[in-house]
Design a binder for this molecule. Structure first.
Ligand code: BOM
Length: 143
C-alpha cells in the first residue's frame, strides 16, 4: 500500500537531520530522504549507506552485527497508520535483500546495496510511494 510506505518513509526520514554529520552525507547529495524513491535516484554514495545505517540505529532497528532487527522493525512499521498491512512484507523483503548482499563486509556499502534492493522490490510489488504523494505530504507537514 503506497500510502503506508509514504508514512513510513517520512517517519524514517525524520532521522536524517540526526545522521547527516555522523554519516558525512552533504546536504547537496540528499536534502530530503524521500528523494530515495525518485526514478533517477543513484545508489552511488557510500555516505548514503552510512546515513541509512545511522537512521536505522536511531530507531533501534539494527542488531549488533548491523543487520535488521526483525522484531523492532516490525514494531516500527506497525507504529504508522495501517502499518500492519505491510510490516511482514517489508521485513521479509529487507531480509531477502540482506541475504543477497551478505558477502559485502563493509556495513555502509552493504546497507546501501540492501536499500537499493529494497526499493526495487517495493517497485515490483507496487508498494513504492509516488513522488507526488510524498511531496504533497512533505509540503503539508512543513506548513
Ligand atoms: O541490513 C541493514 C538493514 C537496513 C535496511 C535498510 C532498507 C531501507 C532503506 C531505506 C528506505 C526506507 C523506507 C522506510 C524504512 C522502513 C524500515
Amino acid at each position: 500500500d503506497v500510502e503506508v510506505m509514504k508514512d513510513v518513509t517520512l517517519g524514517f526520514g525524520e532521522a536524517l537531520q540526526h545522521c547527516r554529520e555522523e554519516s558525512q552525507l552533504s546536504e547537496d547529495k540528499m536534502e530530503e530522504f524521500f528523494h530515495f524513491w525518485r526514478d533517477d535516484f543513484k545508489f552511488e554514495d557510500r555516505e548514503l549507506g552510512c546515513a541509512i545505517k545511522c537512521m536505522s540505529a536511531h530507531f533501534n532497528l539494527l542488531t549488533d552485527s548491523h543487520r535488521m532487527h526483525h522484531e523492532n522493525t516490525d514494531k516500527f512499521i506497525k507504529s504508522f497508520p495501517n502499518g500492519e498491512v505491510l510490516s511482514q512484507q517489508m521485513v521479509q523483503l529487507i531480509h531477502e535483500c540482506e541475504q543477497q548482499h551478505d558477502a559485502e563486509a563493509e556495513h555502509c556499502w552493504r546497507i546501501l546495496r540492501v536499500a537499493e534492493c529494497f526499493k526495487l522490490g517495493c517497485q515490483r510489488r507496487g508498494i513504492a510511494p509516488t513522488m507526488e504523494l510524498l511531496m504533497a505530504e512533505f509540503i503539508m507537514e512543513a506548513e
